[in-house]
Design a protein. Sequence first.
Length: 566
Amino acid sequence: MSAVFDYIIIGAGSAGCVLANRLSASREHSVALVEAGGSDKNIPVQMPTALSYPMASKRFNWGYSSEPEPAVNGRQITCPRGKGLGGTSSINGMVYVRGAAADFDDWAASGARGWAYADCLPYFKRAERWQGGEDAYRGGEGPLGVGGGNNMAGNPLYQAFIDAGVEAGYPDTPDYNGFRQEGFGPMHMTVEGGVRASTSRAYLDPVRKRKNLTVFTQVLVDRLVIEDKRVTGLTGRRDGKAFSLSAGREVILSAGAIGSPMILQRSGMGDAQALAAAGVEQVHRLDGVGQNLQDHLEVYFQFHCKQPVSLNTKLGLFAKFLIGARWVLFKTGLGATNHFESCAFIRSQAGLKAPDIQYHFLPAAMRYDGTASIKGHGFQVHVGPNKPKSRGRIAIRSADMDAPPEIVFNYLQHADDVAAWRRCIRLTREIMAQPAMDAFRGDEIQPGVDVASDEEVDAWVRENVESAYHPCGTCRMGAEDAAETVVTPDCRVVGLEGLRVVDASVFPSVTNGNINAPTIMLAEKAADMILGRAPLPPSDAPVWAPEDWSRTQRERAPVRGFAGPS
């Protein structure tokens, strides 16, 4: 296969599907979307409650793992990445979190000019079709359906968690994607009409019949073609045969935080020493390729539940059959949600202007594979610090496009990250000890009351922490003359023509929350840049900020207990 298109997009994931839609909309440009996987038309992908199945499938997940991580007892941490139309948006937990306004202001301050919160908010809105309609912060007519699942109906544990947070002295925030992220409130998800709203469903399905858009699946991209400092196409393999495409205008790399640096490295872009170790000749020096890897970690805080109100009775085969049957027939019920329907974002200590800890509340005590972790009833909260200072890297092992990469996250290598986890564990216990949880809270299953001292907390975290699956930063966006910059603020690869990177790999720093929403926003904004259009006018919507952030960790003293401001 060999053909010429104006634009070639590599990767049909959270960014790639957005770009395919927007770049082909005028019908004046020919667009090719190239994806390594296949179709996402599969019931476990579409059914929100079945999220553990596509993530466990080799068909939909690349199945990456880290190298043994020294600071987490040498464990290899899994790093799922989506394979197939929709990419990771087809296998993720569907949680919709834009991030704190300060995250994007930090991007701009670090060299990513034009990416401050006021610049990004209009593109969040353009992407979104929010269940509550449009306002100053939410979009009402975009492609991406966003809602609240079952909106906390039918289970008192969701509201009890929110009430406990308010009793602990934190604000009640009705919309953490709006005026104020900090606080406790309902959680939002990319689910619409009871079905997963992946970018494939939201952006690609409605435009697949455009004559100027061609979608190639089952294509493994080997490398980019570079001629006189200009990228002119790609080579790879499809169905066991050589495959190549040429670009008349640009190639846009949207293969994700793992895939994009791998393709750049196989193409000879990166640090000379790392490339030589993989047997690849350097053709363009970019020392930052594969560096600056960041991720979120989390643990499950689990408790027995004293009342029979949790979802643990819904985890058996017969109960799952009934849930599935109702979903197939009506797209309603417990099959139409990811079950994370309440949440929180808090600051871990005084001196922070924005939250750095995130909570997902789940009214069941279960494993990620959907099986019960205890007998009887229970509930859990997923929690972790969201602003790690540790940085890792990604490197190809060889020039073989089938070889998995070497992934080193360097989790907990920075002393501040260890201290953040200590605060996180203690603040979580204080929240869960509030009166609102008294009627439901049984014994603490994990970490367990015997995990109390700094040393015990450190040891438990190192043994039990897991990735929250938010890798980013490996093709960092920044000022062109900065050492680790891979792409400029218009997403162009430094020193080359005809090549951009548009996906979570360009994040300068990880946002305070799940990264699917900001990745979609990034692609919406980049599409205007690629087409040479003026950006949407910056937003003037106000953003809440804590009044006494330098001296206080929260708004008020808690009803019960106080962990202190540090």
